[in-house]
Design a protein. Sequence first.
Lengths: 149, 140
Amino acid sequence: MAVNPDFVGRTYPPSGPYPVDAALVAAFAAAVGSQDPVHTDPQVARAAGYADVVAPPTMAVRFAQQTEAAYVADPEAGIDFSRVVHGEERFVHHRPITAGDEVVGTLTVDAVRQAGGHSMVTTRTELATAGGEALATCTSTIVVRGGES
Amino acid sequence: MAARPLADVAVGDVVGPVTVPVTRETLVAYAGASGDQNPIHQDEDVARSVGLPDVIAHGMWTMGAAGSVVSAWAGDPGRVVEFGTRFTKPVVVPTSGASIDVEGAVRTVDAETGRVTLDVTVTADGQKVLGRCVAVVRLD
């Protein structure tokens, strides 16, 4: 089944809120090897001007991928997740995500292209706080590998 | 750490290289923290069943580890305002573990906005695993 091109331009209802807590920030920072105490020590984070411990820049992907799930799992979208590989990812941060944020994601399908028998699907997820403050714009391209059908 | 002063940064400055180890335990930890529990990053039988040579790292782990090197150079992870990459080759992680090498170079410095653009190169076993990996750091 091919990826449905009719979804281009579609925006899903907001997803979340996803709470950010200090334990999650610390676990993500440890997993990607970021040893800056701004991830783990609230006093250091506040001294640097942040409300609380600061998420590593790529941690936004956790909330982006949770937001993308509604689209990827939509049977009408035609995405076979077992054939998906990650092609590209890009973040534009409007302000760093910190512990205490309640993150809401809004996904738009930006493009569905065919290339070399594969489908390339580009989505844009706008992350904001529950109060509407912009956090990050996450652009992701997945490649859905074509079968030999 | 304090953010690196903009005045100390010039085009051509080099970041790293930094070698970052990665083990199966790293990938289990990353899976939990990121929410990406795809078994190709943890289970070699599943990885081989879809044609991979062994377990591979999450592309986003590799990007995240590169982001940590950039963050350490900037002196404040909150200063990384843009970060993007293509995933060009998987990082294979056998039971004995693997590593990536991360290095960067300052391509542009905008003295007015404080935006510093870095080209980031990430290799595993001498082969590039990320393409067009670019970070923008904002410094004062």
